[in-house]
Design a protein around this ligand. Structure first.
Ligand SMILES: [Zn+2]
Length: 142
């Protein structure tokens, strides 16, 4: 199926996400969660939550992923998203712009990773304690 077929349906968020999943080179796994700040769906790519993508009618929001824990459940979202204007929806130029933003977001996300001084694992900030050790090592010490 061509991208053009999808563009006509661009107000349907689920189809936009299918277009994005089929057309872009995204790190696995892919997870879809409800947008935390309004209607729509947020696509999270990679582990641990490397990039988030929301597609709206005339723009996409792409940013580094973030995780947090709520009552033992792992939640995922994104922070500081870039707005990618899509004047013609998800045509080739639009998809290329979203792909580039995904790459930038993954770079921003990985830049914040820190190595645990105890087990030497590389962790996103939300998995680190304030003492330079990962939460798993911190929990073992307590
Ligand atoms: Zn550790």
């Amino acid at each position: 199926m061509t991208t053009g077929t999808f563009v006509r349906w661009r107000n349907y968020a689920a189809r936009d996400l299918i277009t994005v999943v089929e057309a872009l080179d995204l790190p696995q796994p892919l997870t879809i969660v409800a947008c935390p700040d309004g209607p729509g769906q947020l696509l999270i790519a990679g582990d641990p939550a490397l990039a988030g993508i929301v597609v709206r009618a005339d723009h996409a929001e792409v940013g580094p992923g973030i995780m947090w824990w709520d009552d033992g459940y792992r939640m995922m979202g994104m922070r500081d998203p870039e707005i990618i204007v899509l004047p013609n929806g998800l045509d080739d130029a639009g998809l290329a712009a979203v792909q580039a933003a995904v790459r930038r977001s993954i770079t921003r996300r990985r830049r914040g990773f820190r190595r645990c001084s105890t087990c030497l694992s590389l962790n996103p900030p939300e998995r680190m304690s304030t003492r330079g050790v990962c939460r798993a090592c911190a929990d073992r010490r307590e």
